[in-house]
Design a protein around this ligand. Structure first.
Ligand code: MSP
Length: 644
């Protein structure tokens, strides 16, 4: 059997339930799996729970439960979390399973037979919270370097000759530039190893919980030592067939367990057992809230459930609320740095990418196709610039996943959607329609084909939304990257569905915010609208001509965060582009505005509205409630034309 693409998350401790940080690593693997499947690859995705440590036993005691009942219960919450976010794992490994116990004991035996393990006495400190041994000299104010309390341990134990693998590890890292990523963290590993590796204590006294040492039930295998073996155990090792999966293609995790465990101890254990090393070990940064790592013990967590609820309350269907949660999580994936995962940022990402860019693109493409070409895909070749943009986006997304850069991957997908919005503005199908230009068919065909390609590209991240897009386009889901941009993926003559909104805008000020949240700046109150000053009784024609009034085209429109009335517009006035903030959000939706011609006062002194610069004014009449009725030229006028 051909080697299958094998990727893993860490196995999560079951001392507390999952939060957005745990979900993030699962999601990173889920989207990687979905992408690889769209490339036709056979993928296996492993996640699971780490259930044997001393801290788990203590947590069970604290909860007043039998350890096994306790770990069963909490492990299930990780399974539920994965299901809730539509995370498509293949194997869920529990370290209390028989398969894991067998593999851990087998590896321990192999290392002992090969002479990489020896007996000795461990006298020193132990940090139960991180499940790590701590040297006296590494204590900070009597605590572990992670800031946790430590306890004194004096035990007869077994040690792994980690020190023997210093040079082999350095050689392997040097020869395999993709082994440790990202580069910044690889450098941390190099300096950690160069400082000198010490042999590691790999057993603990048996306190009635853990994996017994083969041949010595008075001891258990040190929890980190056996936890790492889960990646191998899940392949079926040492039983035949494990080579179909091993070596892992990628181990994903966050930075705190990268240097010492996944990038040093684990490869050394594999070298000692003469087993192949994983191809890539990669760590992302943390979700932080305020200044602290998001963690249950600090009480600063956002749960995946909170996120989904938030989008359901905003008006998303249950499936699309899950997609919205997936999108905001994956868009925030931190690489070298950490991400401050605030509610304001979540709302901004959702509104900008899903409500505006994706919503507008789909709505405009389909509405215009219905209006201008009778609601069917035109039988026309798409324009070269559209074909080039599709090809480029496809190449970008593949390259991003090959480099494990999920941030670039989401950007490639949403970038094609943004390209579509710009393409519509520039090719102005409404103008082609008015003038009877024969290019109209090719332009509408291009718009729809870009939308179809975008459906394929976003599918990896938001599968339910992609299904909805396909249904609106009147075609089955696009599930193979090969079909992206191919004419048969949206054949001429396809009867299009009706556009239906998917992601309603999230109004931050109206959301019933039940999650803990750090202080976010409260939006400034808008000043009440003043009545207009009285006009002068008379002005001269020269005075009137001092006003530079122009025809402009709206090319972008966004509601202003925290305001019911204001809309931020980008308008094109001939060669110039201006930002204008206008009080028209109660009468017009962004999608009603994009592409439309308006009249603007071009030489009005710039002003700031809710902190945003407004470089002009859109001309409007007042309706009976003082709302805006936009002025528009009676027919298309060249952009930038002077008005008098
Ligand atoms: N059980 C060990 C891992 C053993 S792997 C052989 C462990 N468990 S954990 O429950 O603490 O999970 C840590 C992992 O959860 C991180 O490495 C990361 O994948 C994810 N995250 C937990 N909190 C996170 C953030 N605040 N931010 C980003 N990822 C986070 O360590």
């Amino acid at each position: 059997m051909a080697k299958r693409y094998y990727l893993t998350t860490p196995i999560y401790y079951v001392n507390s339930t999952p939060h957005a940080g745990h979900a993030l690593t699962m999601l990173v693997c889920d989207v990687t799996k979905r992408h690889r499947q769209m490339r036709g690859e056979d993928v296996v995705f492993l996640t699971g729970t780490d259930e044997n440590g001393q801290k788990i036993k203590e947590a069970a005691e604290k909860a007043g439960e039998e350890p096994m009942a306790f770990v069963d219960r909490i492990s299930q919450t990780f399974i539920d979390c994965a299901r809730r976010l539509n995370i498509d794992y293949d194997i869920f490994m529990r370290t209390t399973s028989e398969q894991h116990r067998r593999a851990s004991q087998a590896l321990f035996n192999i290392l002992r037979e090969k002479g990489h393990i020896y007996e000795g006495t461990y006298e020193g400190w132990y940090d139960v919270s991180s499940e790590t041994f701590v040297r006296e000299t590494d204590l900070v104010d009597g605590k572990s370097p992670d800031g946790n309390p430590v306890q004194w341990v004096s035990e007869q134990n077994w040690f792994f000759r980690l020190s023997a693998f210093e040079q082999p590890l350095l050689d392997h890292i040097a020869a395999n530039p993709d082994f440790l990523l990202p580069e910044g963290r690889r450098n941390e590993v190099l300096s950690f190893i160069r400082q000198g590796l010490r042999d590691m204590c790999i057993t603990r006294e048996n306190q009635g919980w853990g994996i017994e040492l083969p041949g010595d039930p008075s001891k258990v295998i040190y929890v980190w030592f056996e936890a790492l073996i889960n990646y191998l155990a899940a392949t079926g090792w040492p039983e035949p067939g494990w080579e179909d999966l091993w070596p892992a293609d990628v181990h994903w995790m966050a930075k705190e367990i990268f240097v010492r465990f996944h990038a040093t101890l684990w490869p050394a254990m594999l070298m000692a057992a003469e087993l192949p090393l994983p191809k890539t070990v990669i760590a992302h940064g943390w979700f932080v809230f305020g200044d602290a790592k998001m963690s249950k013990s600090k009480g600063n967590v956002v749960s995946p459930e909170d996120l989904v609820t938030r989008f359901t309350k905003a008006g998303c269907t249950p499936e699309l609320a899950v997609d919205a949660a997936r999108w905001v999580l994956i868009r925030a994936v931190p690489y070298e740095n950490d991400t401050n995962f605030t509610h304001a940022e979540i709302a901004r990402t959702y509104n900008a990418d899903l409500a505006n860019d994706l919503g507008n693109a789909l709505n405009r493409s389909l509405s215009m196709a219905h209006k201008f070409v009778g609601g069917v895909m035109p039988e026309a070749d798409i324009e070269p610039e559209a074909a080039a943009a599709i090809e480029q986006a496809k190449r970008d997304i593949m390259s991003a996943f090959d480099r494990q850069r999920l941030d670039d991957a989401t950007e490639a997908a949403i970038g094609l959607v943004r390209f579509l919005n710009k393409y519509i503005d520039q090719r102005a199908p409404w103008a082609l329609n008015k003038s009877g230009d024969p290019a109209l068919s090719a332009v509408v065909a291009s718009m729809l084909m870009i939308m179809r390609a975008a459906e394929g590209l976003v599918r990896t991240f938001v599968p339910a939304a992609a299904d909805a897009m396909a249904a609106q386009l009147g075609v089955p889901p696009l599930t193979s990257l090969e079909l992206i941009g191919v004419p048969s993926s949206l054949p001429g003559g396809t009867k299009l569905g009706q556009p239906a909104p998917m992601f309603p805008r999230l109004d931050l000020s109206k959301t019933d915010d039940t999650m803990e949240t750090p202080a976010e700046p409260t939006p400034k109150k808008e000043k009440p609208k003043r009545g207009l000053p009285e006009p002068a009784d008379e002005v001269t024609i020269d005075e009137f001509f001092r006003f530079n009034l122009r025809v402009a085209r709206v090319i972008e429109a966004q509601r202003v965060e925290g305001s019911d009335k204001l809309m931020k517009l980008q308008v094109r006035v001939g060669e110039d582009q201006r930002q204008i903030v206008a009080g028209i959000a109660q009468q017009y939706a962004p999608e009603d505005l994009i592409g439309r011609q308006v009249c603007v006062v071009f030489n009005l002194k710039p002003a700031k509205l809710m902190g945003l610069e407004s470089q002009g004014m859109i001309m409007a009449a007042d309706d009976s409630n003082g709302g805006a009725i936009l002025l528009e030229p009676d027919k298309e006028a060249p952009e930038g034309t002077r008005i008098h």
